[in-house]
Design a protein around this ligand. Structure first.
Ligand code: ZN
Length: 352
């Protein structure tokens, strides 16, 4: 039986407030570094935290994304600047948010009602071709290993958003395989978002640890290569992984005019129908505030100017309402909002 509309939106707000919510992908550090270099401080506290709190976000994964303009020489420096900026912001904001390196840190953050931040690689350009640097980044707190952004590097080929001119692409390189093995040893999660198909299947073959797609949708509903085929969704589920639903119009629908909240929920439903609600999470990738920073070369690789289907984290209640509207149960929504990613984050090494 369906509830009245106003009852439904009330329930959605209640869920947003009470359930643990994890967003497995944000490029906020990309923004924080630039603003700090302009002399500002407490960027996370002033520009991000209010909307995280409004949105009910408990845990966010901050990626180390390196824009083309810094490649190749400045990638390492830029990644270190991003981590350093996060450390400084944490110090300046006196416990309002914390870095989480293991599951105990996450539990503590939840208990103390602090925002927990995890760090991920969105492309290993900062390592260049030096395997030994992975240890250092692990020590600094990086716990999720995404080999590529949508381009080629020493480890693998990224998939592109658009049909651009590219040469013949391959799977993981020898370096990519060693990285996966080293990441497995360290107890990092492996992230397949942005990998091309050949690389994806190599990760499935070589990785022993849990695999996530931190911010990817379904290719059956939006044809970009950034999205996952049904076979890929099944393979991630077989590894007990989770797929973070992405709110970028580029991944929600082929035409910008079709990219609505309702259409975004179709991706959730598609994954549930294929493999169950245990494998759906959020990796919202909210980017509206970052578009102006992207280099023209990066923007050129995208078929349209990207926009966020969800107008900030505060609008998550509308997404929850849309899930209730199609008949999803509260238990399923609880899993999708946070419990599934919590399950995989439990596999992080406890003693780090
Ligand atoms: Zn991305």
């Amino acid at each position: 039986m369906y509830l009245q509309d106003n009852k439904l939106s009330e329930l959605a707000r209640k869920i947003q407030k009470e359930f643990v919510i994890i967003d497995a992908h944000s490029d906020l550090l990309f923004d924080v570094v630039r603003k700090r270099q302009m002399g500002r401080r407490k960027i996370i506290e002033t520009d991000y935290l209010p909307s995280f709190i409004d949105g009910g976000i408990n845990i966010i994964v901050a990626s180390l994304y390196i824009d083309d303009e810094f490649l190749p020489e400045m990638a390492l420096r830029r990644a270190l600047q991003q981590i350093s900026a996060l450390y400084e912001e944490i110090d300046e904001s006196f416990g309002k948010f914390v870095l989480c390196k293991n599951f105990q840190d996450i539990e503590q953050a939840l208990m103390k009602n602090q925002l927990g931040i995890l760090i991920s690689f969105e492309g290993v350009e900062p390592l260049y071709n030096d395997l030994s640097l992975l240890n250092i980044f692990y020590e600094l707190g990086v716990r999720i290993l995404g080999l590529v952004w949508s381009r080629r590097n020493f480890s693998a080929d990224g998939c592109h958003f658009n049909q651009i001119k590219i040469g013949t692409r391959g799977g993981l390189t020898d370096f990519g395989i060693k990285l996966i093995e080293k990441g497995n040893q360290l107890g990092m999660l492996v992230d397949v978002s942005h990998l091309n198909d050949k690389g994806f299947w190599d990760v499935i073959k070589f990785s022993k640890s849990t695999i996530i797609a931190s911010h990817s949708n379904c290719r059956a509903l939006a044809s970009t290569m950034r999205n996952l085929t049904d076979q890929q969704i099944k393979a991630i589920a077989e590894k007990n992984g989770v797929i973070g639903i992405n709110a970028s119009n580029l991944l929600v629908a082929d035409k910008p005019s079709d990219a609505t909240l309702e259409y975004m929920v179709k991706h959730v439903k598609h994954i549930i129908d294929l493999v169950g609600a245990e494998h759906v999470g959020l990796g919202l990738d909210l980017c509206d505030s970052l578009i102006s920073y992207l280099s023209p070369f990066t923007l050129k690789t995208m078929p349209f100017t990207p926009f966020d289907v969800l107008q900030g984290h505060k609008d998550l209640n509308k997404f929850i309402e849309a899930m209730l509207n199609i008949g999803l149960q509260e238990t399923q929504i609880r899993q999708i909002l946070g419990q599934n990613f919590l399950r995989v984050l439990k596999s992080l090494s406890p003693d780090s």
